[in-house]
Design a protein around this ligand. Sequence first.
Ligand code: FES
Ligand SMILES: [Fe+2]
Length: 361
Amino acid sequence: MPVPTCLRNANLASSELAHATTLPSSFYIDASLHQWELRELFSTSWQLLGLTSELQAKGDYVARNLPFAPVLAVRGVDELRGFYNVCRHRAGPVALGHGNCQLLRCRYHGWVYTLDGRLQHAPELGEIADFDPDQVRLEALQLCQADGLVFARARDVPGFRPEITRVMSEVASQVGEQALQCRYHSSASYEIGCNWKVYVDNYLEGYHIPQVHPALAQMLDYREYETRLYDGFSLQHSDIRDGSGAYQQGEAFYYYLFPNMMLNILPGRLQTNVVVPLAADRCRVDFHYYYDNIDEADFIAADQALGDDVQKEDVAICEHVQRGLQSGVYDAGRLSEAREAGVHHWQELYRRVCRETLAGV
Ligand code: FES
Ligand SMILES: [Fe+2]
């Protein structure tokens, strides 16, 4: 695949935060870079599919639209298996969302597959030439389980990325092991008119909270808001100061895992976000909510209402930023050492992947 011009012309060298500039605006608007990222970044990296806590019983399944393809994980008789969620008939989905089933039934024309991916029944198909139903299988997908999380990937890359295991041990030691044993409650998706990297940049700093998120600013202790950097991931941490709010006292942990995954942990709840690139100027963010106690309806309603407000505020500011990046009058900016270390850290990871991939071309 040809190297996009904006990558070829960019300065991809590493730099200290005090000297750094942001990624150039061309990286947020170039359609050929979007295609390059899908192939070089998202088809080779492990992508968060779900929690093992939602895949415990035989027939439990989770279907998600990951950046590289629609996929599913399902607990069979013996083990957890991954498949592309693509029916062999005419590419319909064999599962939707989250649930439990004894057979996978395509939602288009009803072909039925066993939990190990074999075609069991194709209604009304009859005898057709050169077609042996016993040979038909869903395409298998590689899964990996790491301390309560399930990841999938499209193409073979060497080994399991060690930072995925490290992030989980950080969660266990900083938050507690119960954080990843929450039960699935619901999901919400937001389409945003911005490049996926605008959303990641925005996620990785609390600098904008006082301006953009008035309700969140009331809840978090902005003075104590801090960013901790690790190899391949980062954590933003804040105490919760609003004792009258839904969360009472406690701490907020916002883990980011390169390139596009987030774990947002507040007392009693875990929220995962996966950012899915759709085009150079469009992405979707998929939120999945998990709770210690899924019967606490008032707490869950308050938590999701705040989450929805914050998300709409982020959507609006990210879409403004995308228009600014496309304006022709902006190339790159400078970063606050006190407040934007997380942005610099992830952009350095991104530059490193670009350098390494280009070196292999
Ligand atoms: S696409 Fe699955 S049954 Fe037709
Ligand atoms: Fe925000």
